[in-house]
Design a protein around this ligand. Sequence first.
Ligand SMILES: [Zn+2]
Length: 155
Amino acid sequence: MPQFSFGQASLKELKGVHTDLVAVVTRAIALTVQDFSVHDGVRTITEQQKLIAAGASQTMDSRHLTGHAVDLVPYINGKRRWEWAPIFVIADAVRVAARELAIPLRWGGAWDVDFTTSSESPEDWVSSYVAHRKKQGLRAFIDGPHYELPKAKYP
Ligand SMILES: [Zn+2]
């Protein structure tokens, strides 16, 4: 029996999200040892503009606008918590789910990693991503709860 399952709020967020991504997330909640909730599925243009203004997002080209992205936030003692330790545990479960279903994914914790087939720990991906960006003189925009279907395969 799975340990966790989605509440009404998470199920509502998944409405309109691409079925492949819903499949991964649904499998991940059954596998994970860290409960999580779906924070953002499909966003409207207005919601995205507000997030950019608040510095929480960088692009109007967000995959959330088209149903190709979700944010999975640790759910601990009845609250959503943006903390790395549980975020890494969730990333592990999502990777296992994506691999089982053979669905390619990008993770906001390390955008340039082939998330589904990688074998390093999520923690290592984040630090190597940050180091890699620094080397290029670029800032690392890290978004641990964010998962998306790659544009190359899901235009
Ligand atoms: Zn996101």
